[in-house]
Ligand binder design. Sequence first.
Ligand code: AMP
Length: 283
Amino acid sequence: MTVLARSIAQLRSAVASLEGSVGLVPTMGALHDGHGQLISKAAAENTSVVVSIFVNPLQFTDLGDCADFRDYPRDLRADLDRVERLGVDVVFAPSEEEMYPGGVPQVWVRAGEMGERLEGAARPGHFDGVTTVVAKLFQLIQPDRAYFGEKDAQQLAIIQRMVADLNFPLAIRPVPIIRGKDGLAESSRNQHLTPEAREQALVLPHTLAALRERAAAGRPLELESARAQLRGAPGVELDHLEIVDAATLLPVDEVGAGALAVAAIHVGGTRLIDNARLLPPLS
Ligand code: AMP
């Protein structure tokens, strides 16, 4: 039985009764197979699993006063069915009032320069909202491990850095990107795509896969022509395509072990992000 906690008091009492190690999976709901993979990994590595479902206004434009926040897919009933099937112990689904009783908080955790590049350049303040809410969740739940998708590579790098810089006593566990059969990375925002827009969006994973193939073959990346391919694709607007170091998010000139191709596009009014490791990590 999954316990649903709507308040912080309910969460604290549910967490207090958990035994053994605790894995946390923070989400914004509208759960899909990508979230499912994080939950399965958390269940495999911990005695208990807590999933949070909270569409955090702080990480949206104008602190949530925007269409992206208002239109963000929400379906708690379907989410609860899914987590129940996955054997999740506790779901924390608070209201905004519960998380931020005084409105916008006074004290934030700032993501710093790592949060100002790439996604952060397009969405100013986004990562400060992410670090602030994730720090609150870590405080409230005190998990042994927390699970983040490589789909949001910049978020993962910033959270890893936050845990190191602020000495949070937990391990961050990355989870590889889960894709649909057509290759598009699973995302709650995919619900906004018409079949035609979804088809058009496939140029994103295709372009990243081509970069990966060129890197694996030791050929020049031809980044400019990859950008031109995205810019010229029907229905697509390119935000960025960069090669960065996965841990620092700084641009890299050479394709080494940590090199990551990261990209964001707009298709049919929806912003989509994706990324690909250019070489398999050294083991
Ligand atoms: P979200 O609900 O979109 O905030 O995502 C919650 C967590 O699920 C984040 O750590 C995401 O990186 C992760 N996630 C979302 N989509 C995917 C995916 N397609 N594959 C792997 N992880 C994902």
